[in-house]
Design a protein around this ligand. Structure first.
Ligand code: NAD
Ligand code: DAU
Length: 331
């Protein structure tokens, strides 16, 4: 298949590109703005097998230029960190909403299929049970509100213009190439460096962890087998309280429990996410990687790929870290 992958230099996008090349032999153009989270290093082993274009999804000319050879657009491009959306929501509105609109308009003009990569956060928090695709949308943060707005735009292009769209909503991903502002890579790198492990609030919030290769395969499955106009939830096999995730990382890295430090909670913090994934299951997808197995693989990957993360833990990241946690990193 000929794919335009937007945001393909980020965490999930780069895993998707690698998987589609290896398992499907797709012809891929990546369009990426290379924000702090997007890096050519994420595609280091496949750069000569793809066409890479440095540009923004909110730029209609850049998108039209990339779309010429494609059959479908798969959109990963987004501002993705909830904490950053609380301190600076503007970039989220531009990329997540305006950018998605430019992609939809281009897909319509060029007659392309369209896959929107979305999130369980559009449903908001749930105390017990799981959200289905028919659950009401109730986002809580500027991040999830802009992702919800994007999903609604996508649906409107199906209903109004008949654009063949699919939305795939994932739960919390983890695995290789994830920027260390997110819980798991942040804790792994701080644990290895002997630094503090900052747990928000009481640490009892629950996330439904999905290994990135399973999500990438779920998105590919929705692209190939999804019905136009439909939404598919794609959740992980295991849920876990944050404090238990951190304790497992302490064990796997040989760090000390005393490194764990409870810090001020995130404003408007969602307590629990949970997805029912029967609909995508009926199309033949299931998550294959347990949290225990995936976490061990992830810790090993960060141990073995210092070249990848060492350059990140400087400059912008250190400034962000100090502003956000009110203290500098040790190592
Ligand atoms: P990420 O932050 O690692 O990567 C985002 C990528 O988008 C980067 O390469 C960045 O440079 C690029 N980008 C940002 N703004 C852009 C713009 N205006 N134009 C072009 N490129 C731009 O994110 P991720 O964790 O890989 O998430 C990818 C997608 O999956 C997002 O849409 C996110 O909402 C969704 N999602 C993420 C998770 C998760 O747990 N990480 C779970 C479910 C869904
Ligand atoms: O659920 C899917 C979403 O998962 C994606 O749509 C988002 O793009 C992605 O960032 C992620 O959002 P979360 O807010 O759940 O992920 P994060 O890694 O930021 O935090 C996971 C949990 O850990 C959350 O309850 C907050 C907590 N946390 C996070 C950090 C960074 C801490 O306790 N300490 C921390 O330092």
């Amino acid at each position: 298949m000929k794919l335009l992958v937007c945001g393909g230099a980020g965490f999930i996008g780069s895993n998707f590109v690698r998987q589609r090349l290896r398992e499907h032999g797709d012809e891929i153009t990546v369009l990426d703005k290379l924000t702090y989270a997007g890096r050519r290093e994420n595609l280091h082993d496949v750069l000569d097998e793809i066409r890479f274009v440095h540009g923004a999804i909110e730029d209609p000319a850049a998108v039209a230029h990339c779309a010429t050879a494609a059959e479908a657009i798969v959109n990963f491009a987004a501002e993705t960190h909830v904490d950053r959306s609380i301190t600076g929501p503007e970039a989220f509105i531009v990329t997540n909403m305006q950018g998605t609109h430019v992609l939809l308009q281009t897909a319509r003009d060029s007659g392309l299929r369209y896959v929107q990569v979305s999130t369980d956060e559009v449903y908001g928090s749930i105390e017990s049970g799981s959200f289905t695709e028919a659950s009401p949308l109730a986002p809580s943060s500027p991040y999830s509100a802009t992702k919800t707005g994007a999903d609604l735009l996508v649906s409107s292009y199906f209903h109004t213009y008949g654009l063949p769209t699919v939305i795939c909503r994932g739960s919390n991903n983890y695995g290789p190439y994830q920027y260390p502002e997110k819980l798991i890579p942040l804790m792994v790198l701080n644990a290895l460096a002997g630094d503090h492990l900052p747990v928000y609030g009481d640490g009892r919030q629950v996330r439904n962890w999905l290994f990135v290769e399973d999500f990438a395969r779920g998105i590919g499955h929705a692209l190939e087998h999804g019905q136009p106009g439909e939404v598919y939830n794609c959740g992980g096999p295991d849920e876990c309280e944050n404090i238990d995730v951190v304790r497992r990382i302490v064990e796997l890295t040989g760090a000390e429990e005393s490194q764990i430090e409870y810090v001020t909670d995130r404003p408007g913090h969602d307590r629990r996410y949970s997805l029912s994934c029967e609909k995508l299951g009926r199309l033949g997808w299931r998550a294959c990687t347990s949290f225990d197995e995936g976490l061990e693989r992830t810790v090993n990957w960060y141990r073995e790929n210092i070249w990848w993360w060492e350059p990140i833990r400087t400059g912008e990241y250190l400034d962000y870290y100090k502003r956000h946690y009110g203290r500098a990193l040790k190592g």
